[in-house]
Write a protein that binds this ligand. Structure first.
Ligand code: BG6
Length: 297
């Protein structure tokens, strides 16, 4: 077993490269954003746009952006989350921490894994128009599986309300042929059609723009990819909502850092705490969201 962690520059971002046997992972200090994960000589598992701009202050397209302290459009969030912000009408999508530097909190290399963690403390680095005290920690363990954990602690004296997501972009051979298993029978919010609630029947396949919030999905989901003859397994704890997103043809043209044809090769499954699954933390309490990712051939 060999593991290693090395500091490197990618574009103009400070990054770390982790290795464990033939697995490799790239993570940026900015946003504590994973930028890549896969096996030596194999297909990528986590997708990064070929047009990604790796530069300070820019939300990088692909990898695993951390959306916090709100997911998506703040004005679509529950009132208690909007009330945490001083100017909710002007808030950008997906929160405030994906394009700013976090602090390196620890590195470990041992026989079973290579690990790295980053933290963000809002008392030390205040967030614009969001005057609350919280500490975030994003921990990554690269072993036989990839384990990602996002912890949030309320450092203040009032309840802390937030929504969040690990906005994971997965690489797929061809969006037309992949299927997501585990969602059958789940209710979902169809954000592209008046946010109505519908029910998933059977395996989820893709034939157009998709932007849905699945409610109470099971802990384990699978991306079955016949083209690459592999299944990506996702096992989560701490989240009761999963966003499934593919922009398809027209929206792809409007997205930044996104090749017009890239929608065919990616799929976002975002383990989240949104809508009624939002988090409210009492003072001094902590919430943890965990995601394990591994591939079966
Ligand atoms: O372009 P952004 O801000 O990274 O967002 C990308 C997508 O993120 C998804 O989580 C949303 O459901 C989509 O509606 C959104 O388009």
């Amino acid at each position: 077993m060999t593991s290693g962690v090395e500091r490197i520059k990618q574009g103009s971002l400070d990054c770390w490269s982790l290795r464990f046997n033939n697995s490799k992972l790239l993570i940026a200090q900015q946003g504590a954003q994973i930028l890549g994960y896969g096996h030596e000589g194999g297909r990528p598992i986590i997708w990064l746009s070929e047009e990604a701009r790796l530069e300070p202050g820019n939300s990088v397209r692909g990898g695993v952006p951390v959306c916090w302290p709100w997911f998506g459009d703040l004005q679509r969030n529950p009132q208690s989350i909007q009330a945490m912000h001083q100017q909710p009408q002007q808030a950008s999508a997906h929160g405030l921490v994906r394009s700013i530097d976090w602090s390196l909190a620890g590195i470990e290399q041992h026989e079973q894994a290579a690990c790295i963690s980053f933290s963000y403390n809002t008392l030390e680095q205040p967030l614009a128009h969001w005057p609350h005290a919280a500490e975030l920690r994003l921990s990554v363990r690269l072993g036989e599986r990839l384990s990602i954990s996002l912890a949030c602690r309320n450092l203040g004296e009032q309840p802390l309300s937030f929504s969040q997501a690990l906005h994971t972009y997965f690489a797929v051979s061809d969006i037309h042929t992949v299927g997501v298993e585990g969602l059958e029978g789940c209710d979902y919010i169809e954000t592209l059609d008046n946010w109505q609630t519908l029910t998933q029947s059977g395996t989820l396949h893709f034939s157009g723009e998709t932007d849905r919030i699945y409610l109470h999905p099971p802990a384990k989901l699978q991306i079955c990819d016949p083209g690459w003859q592999r299944t990506i397994n996702l096992l989560n704890r701490g989240s009761q909502s999963a966003v499934v997103w593919n922009p398809w043809i027209d929206k792809a043209r409007r997205l930044s850092q996104f090749n017009d044809a890239a929608w065919q090769r990616m799929l976002c499954i975002e383990h989240a705490n949104v809508l009624e699954d939002m988090v409210t933390l009492a003072p001094a309490s902590e919430h943890q969201l965990h995601l394990d990712i591994w591939v079966d051939k």
